[in-house]
Design a binder for this molecule. Structure first.
Ligand code: MSP
Length: 655
């Protein structure tokens, strides 16, 4: 679809889901081929896989695109360092991404590589169109350039003179480039984001883009001289220049469809998924590029936070990249997916640790879900020869459980549309826990003792089987393989279980013979894991020395509040201090905090912390601190900031 209309037909109000059959087109970023896939890349790709599977379950016409970003100076340099041509190098690393996605069971429909002719052709067409419209001009550029980001930085964007992403000093460069006239569209984009607040979500990232749009955005350099950077797509009107990586890369979302004749079918439904590192190109460059090329905008730009390890960004240069495969082999694909989706509230950063994975698997999957299945199968075996009985009369306790499950498809759909994936899983698990409680309440073992309560027992067992069937359908996007295994153990071989089937009760034919098997999710030995991870045997608990008791009223004098860190900078006069700018409802405060040795300032931005809000202001090395950030201190002096288990607005009171 190369419509001339520049109207944005799709962005904004419409949810991604809703009832009935729609279409859904989801994309991951295309990943650079200068580093092997790590857990961060795996997360976005697994997330898009989950969301696409969910839409498929709903009956939507779905399409899932991922791929690799292969041009540019950085990749050229990485190839040289490996003694390979850029193409050889790109082939190899792109292959690693594909085999990783295969191992992770990612069901993408297309994998695009920017070095493919089908992509280059569309990039050149789009460039030519924008050039013909007069939105690309020739000029001279001078500035500070980070070769790893492949972009120029303004002084303001640098942290201590370094690129905030890679922590390296950018190079000063001047060169003749072609420029995309972005500034011309600034007010258009600002107005659009005000009219369609959902276009970039969650709101914090839309606000980030709006903040960029408050000042001139300048024009975007979109080419490099071919003499210096041969590894790129030549501009169609001047082959002495090649396309700057972003103009090349972003177009993949469109070229993949164009090259397969799928634009009409899927482009109006495009949902981009990215992390917060690439909000600027996606939230600023991309909509303006689309507008200038006369292509309708994406439906939503969905931005998630970072997985952090020890509160630092995962990266090859920091040496903390976790290879997805190592964990996959240890915990199994489905459990690993479950952890990633359950433990990251969309939009916020989350901490990645192996004990957290193990604890989550034990609590939700082995305990709640696995137990429910085991107990149900065990009771069916003991009391009904392994066959699912027809339900007898339904009583209030049964109906309550039935209602809890039957409300889930709608709730989960709403939560998926609102990007609340963690909540959706939590909702399903809450119902699963209710089912476990229902066993405790109805006491099937007592019902089994007397013939008079046989029909009651039938209802209870049948209700449990139905509950498990519904749970398996709702969890299938996240645990695709185990969901099928769960149903297999229930004796259900018919594989057509769509979302609508989870909104119906009484689908399991009476007399179905169950097939108990191995535990769905084996329990992880946490103590063993702690030992493996170097913690050794658990240390003896420390005998604590307590302070004097206080009255509740004393405690009530403290005003503790949730704050959002907006800025974190090194204190100009003190090595160990950070100066935080935090938001607390309508207020912004400066808090000086002694956490420099423990936290990287960049990793704190966007975090929600807890602060003492009514502490008398005090000047710390020349800067007035208006409060105090709370943290815990370990025996070795390591600090752990107090964060929230669930997202709450800043300003919320903590008691
Ligand atoms: N090639 C560009 C994107 C072009 S898209 C038109 C690029 N590539 S990248 O290899 O650096 O990938 C960045 C993306 O990887 C993030 O936006 C996110 O999807 C994923 N992640 C990388 N590190 C991550 C974390 N630590 N946590 C979560 N996701 C992360 O930028």
């Amino acid at each position: 679809m190369t419509s001339d209309s520049t109207e944005n037909r799709t962005a904004g109000a419409a949810p991604t889901g809703g009832a009935g059959h729609g279409a859904f087109y989801a994309t991951t970023p295309i990943f650079y081929v200068n580093a092997a896939p790590h857990i961060g890349h795996a997360y976005t790709t697994i997330l898009v896989d989950v969301v696409t599977r969910f839409h498929r379950l709903k009956g939507d016409d779905t399409y899932f695109l991922t791929g690799t970003d292969e041009h540019g100076e950085n990749i050229q340099k990485a190839a040289e360092a490996h003694g390979e041509t850029p193409q050889q190098y790109a082939d190899q690393v792109s292959g690693e991404f594909r085999s990783m996605w295969d191992r992770l069971g990612i069901g993408y429909d297309d994998f695009i590589r920017t070095t493919e002719p089908r992509h280059k052709k569309v990039v050149q067409e789009v460039l030519q169109r924008v050039y013909d419209n007069g939105d690309i001009v020739y000029g001279e550029y001078a500035g500070l350039y980070c070769v790893k980001c492949e972009r120029y930085y303004t002084d303001k964007e640098l942290v201590d003179g370094k690129c905030p992403q890679h922590e390296i000093v950018p190079e000063y460069r001047t060169e003749a480039n072609y420029f995309f006239r972005m500034e011309k569209y600034r007010t258009w984009l600002r107005d659009l984001l005000n009219d369609q607040p959902e276009l970039i979500r969650p709101a914090r990232y839309r606000n980030e883009v709006l903040a960029m749009l408050r000042e001139p955005v300048g024009d975007l350099s979109i080419s490099r001289p071919r003499s210096r950077v041969p590894w790129g797509i030549p501009l169609p009107w001047d082959d002495e220049h090649v396309t700057y990586v972003w103009f090349d890369a972003l177009i993949n979302y469109y070229s993949a469809l164009e090259s397969k004749g799928l634009t009409e079918r899927f482009w109006p439904h495009v949902e981009h998924f990215i992390a917060k590192d690439i909000v600027k190109p996606h939230g600023l460059f991309w909509p303006i590029m689309l507008k200038a090329a006369g292509i309708p905008l994406f439906k939503h730009l969905n931005v998630h936070g970072y997985w952090l390890i020890d509160d630092r960004k995962i990266s090859k240069s920091l040496g903390n990249a976790v290879k997805p495969l190592d964990l996959l082999e240890k915990y199994g694909n489905d459990a690993f997916r479950y952890f990633l989706i359950r433990d990251m509230p969309f939009g916020l950063d989350a901490s990645f640790t192996e004990p957290a994975i193990a604890e989550r698997i034990n609590a939700d999957l082995a305990n709640d879900l696995g137990n429910l299945l085991n107990r149900t199968l065990g009771m069916l075996g003991r009391y009904r020869g392994g066959k699912v009985p027809a339900a007898g009369p339904v009583e209030q306790a049964d109906q309550e459980l039935i209602d809890a499950f039957l409300g889930l498809p709608e709730a989960v759909t709403r939560q998926f549309d609102a990007l609340q994936f963690d909540r959706a899983l939590e909702g399903v698990m809450e119902a699963v826990r209710k089912a476990n409680k229902y066993i405790a309440d109805t006491k099937p073992w007592e019902l089994a003792r007397e013939e008079a309560t046989a029909a009651r027992l039938d209802t209870v067992l049948n209700t449990l089987v139905e509950a498990l069937r519904c749970a398996s359908v709702l969890l299938e996007p996240v645990i695709p393989e185990r969901a099928v295994e769960l149903r297999r153990q229930l004796g259900l071989t018919d594989d057509h279980h769509d979302l609508a089937s989870a909104a119906r009760w009484g689908e399991v034919p009476a007399g179905t013979l169950t097939q108990p098997g191995d535990p769905l999710f084996p329990r992880i030995d946490l103590a063993g894991l702690a030992e493996q991870l170097g913690g050794g045997a658990a240390a003896a608990p420390v005998v604590l020395e307590h302070k004097d008791e206080i009255e509740y009223g004393d405690f009530g004098k403290l005003e503790l509040r949730v704050v959002t860190v907006e800025k974190a900078e090194q204190h100009p006069n003190a090595d160990k201090l950070l100066v935080l700018t935090v938001r607390m409802g309508a207020e912004t405060r400066t808090i000086v905090s002694g956490i420099k040795a423990h936290y990287d300032p960049a990793a704190l931005v966007g975090k929600k912390l807890v602060a003492v809000a009514n502490l008398k202001p005090v000047k710390l090395r020349g800067i007035v601190s208006q409060g105090m950030i709370l943290s815990g201190e370990g025996p070795d002096g390591a600090l752990g900031l107090i964060t929230l288990e669930r997202d709450l607005p800043d300003g919320s009171e903590v008691r």
